[in-house]
Design a protein around this ligand. Structure first.
Ligand code: RP5
Length: 162
């Protein structure tokens, strides 16, 4: 199976990345994680993106906060699908990162998930890989069913709490 490449701009983004890696591990999807910054280590970020396809990656996730150019910079150097996670910092509630990540110019798309949306980034990466992987698609179907069952279980008990 192709790997998911995860790049974060700083180790301060780790709690958000952990949500993604937990989800990928639960789905038995191989991944690799790096700390590369569009601003602090631009050459390493570029090299990783430019070589990602030949290095066995099928989709990339890029997480960054503040002036969050990482996902766009990664997307500029590969035609693999790139998923952007805008990370919330201590000011502006993540709106800075959301707009920096989502407002890409035509020609260089980034599929942007919610602010701090590490779990959905991983699920979207899984769904992309599952287009060509029936076993993974089956695992995703089973997860959806289990998630729905968990909600219905809460529904069955909600009146007991009120
Ligand atoms: C971004 O700036 C990182 O992705 C992080 O979300 C934010 C702050 O980074 P640190 O100053 O905590 O390293 O590049």
């Amino acid at each position: 199976m192709k790997k998911v490449g995860i790049i974060m701009g700083s180790d301060s983004d780790l709690p958000i990345i952990k949500k993604a890696t937990d989800t990928l591990r639960a789905l038995d999807i191989p991944y690799e994680v790096h700390i590369y910054s569009a601003h602090r280590t631009p050459e390493q970020a570029k090299d990783f993106a430019a070589n990602a396809r030949k290095n066995g990656f099928g989709v990339l996730i890029a997480a960054a906060g503040m002036a969050a150019h990482l996902a766009g910079a990664i997307a500029a150097n590969t035609t693999l699908p790139v998923i952007g996670i805008p990370c919330k910092s201590s000011v502006l509630d993540g709106m800075d990162a959301l707009l920096s990540t989502v407002m890409m110019p035509t020609g260089i798309p980034v599929a942007t998930v919610a602010i701090n949306g590490g779990g959905n980034a991983a699920l979207l990466a899984a769904q992309i890989l599952a287009v060509e992987d029936a076993a993974l698609a089956d695992r995703l179907d089973r997860k959806r069913a289990a998630d729905a069952a968990a909600v219905l279980e809460k529904d069955a008990r909600v009146m007991e709490q009120l």
